[in-house]
Design a protein around this ligand. Sequence first.
Ligand code: XIL
Length: 359
Amino acid sequence: MTGTSSRAFPPSRRLVLGGALGLAACNRRADAQAWPAEVPPLKHVAPFPVGSCVQAGQLDDPDWVVLARTHVSQLTPEWEMKMEYIVQDDGSLRFDRPDRIAAFARENGMRLFGHALVWYAQKPEGFLRLDESRVSFGKAYDNYIAAVVGRYRGASGWDVVNEAVAEDGDGWRDSLWASRLGDLDHMVRAFRAAKAADPDAVLFINDYNLETIPRKLETYMRLIDRLLAAGAPLDGIGCQTHVDAGLAEGALERTLNALARFGLPIHLSELDVSLVRARRPLAGRSALEAAQARVYAEAAAAFAALPRSQRFAFTLWGLRDGDSWLVRENASDRPVPFDNTGAAKPAAAALARALAGGG
Ligand code: XIL
């Protein structure tokens, strides 16, 4: 079912209060079927796919299921398609939870977006225990990518290489993969293995802080050039967009426009807008929430302004505040568009207007 009622749009007073009260108002709806969609379904107003991250546990939460079915048309596993979940210490692979997510996406007519094959942050025991010979390590690397991408053949795309650029933009990150297989070579190799396993999946590189660290954006763009020149089948560019409510106006638009110069599809892949990380002093909660709504609207408008063929998907890194990794890090943050009861916050209303092209 999809809750398609668009009453109370722009948001009612109750919605605004719901946003302001945040987790304090965390009482679950008794009847998920009675969910009132407070903003029009985002996936219907946007002329491109709208996504969210998901964890398998959320599939057992009827409120999350209704919210996701209402608003999103693509799911990215938040962590259960990463090596940290899939690769066991003895080198075997487990797919129970990612399979559940893939089945849910299929049954609900949503696209599945794979995340993430190669990530500097993870070096599983299963790989560390391999002998030191480059040949066996490289084979295990290829086999891993072939097994995972092959199993989810039909996914809309994959983050093949995640967060390869150094934190401050000064070169590329060190990682187990870079040290064993070569800094550029391990990336090229991952793209080739993924393409062989699913020729139709759109293969992405993905990174963050591109809006706030100009040097990081430059290094990212130079890396994309290098990968393309090396013949890597890199089909798309991810811009995670973990930003905060103090983000300077125009920063998102400039970043997306710079990335779009390659002519490749763009995935705004992990959008959230932190309140507590806001660096600019913003007086009080309601000013922060208004600034947050402005940033969500700007992200949507900047994405919507890209050429149609380059708008791969617009993905939220969490729907309800209580689902967000940032809230797990800092319980007072409220970074995503819906509050813990699933009610639309001002950010959701601003997002809906901008996705619809209303600025
Ligand atoms: C985060 C998830 O949200 C957390 O649940 C997990 O524990 C760690 O990873 N960039 C990425 C995502 O590419 O995979 C990260 O997701 C957030 C930053």
